[in-house]
Design a protein. Structure first.
Length: 129
């Protein structure tokens, strides 16, 4: 058994398969899940686990060179917007419809129980060297 970090075996295994340039969609409970990417659904109840908890855990495990989020997050969910912009080295804001289109190219989708709007980010994996 692992000492710490991400304990969910499905998520830990999926993260180990990621490489440079792969994309990971971290999304709220309402985001449409595209067909194709591997999905790890962590949603338990509305708000559990939160977007912030999951994003924080993923960023502790992954090298991330940037991300894409919906521009609407700034107005509709300022806390999530600030978290995204403060946590990532580079953030591109696009219309929510465009984010949904881009999410089809994700290698992994991690669904949270977040129940506040626009708490979604498409992470772009980097390398540690």
């Amino acid at each position: 058994m692992r000492r710490g970090g991400i304990l969910n075996r499905h998520l830990a295994g999926a993260l180990a398969e990621l490489g440079h340039g792969d994309r990971v969609l971290v999304c709220d409970a309402g985001m449409p899940i595209p067909h194709g990417p591997r999905v790890v659904d962590l949603a338990f109840r509305a708000g559990t686990p939160s977007f912030a908890e999951v994003l924080d855990g993923l960023l502790a495990e992954l090298v991330v060179e940037g991300g894409t989020a919906a521009a609407e997050v700034r107005e509709a969910n300022p806390a999530a917007g600030a978290l995204i912009e403060d946590s990532l080295p580079a953030v591109e804001l696009v219309p929510h419809e465009r984010l949904k289109e881009l999410s089809a190219g994700a290698r992994l989708v991690v669904r949270t129980g977040e129940a506040r709007p626009y708490a979604n980010v498409l992470l772009r994996c980097g390398v540690f060297f």
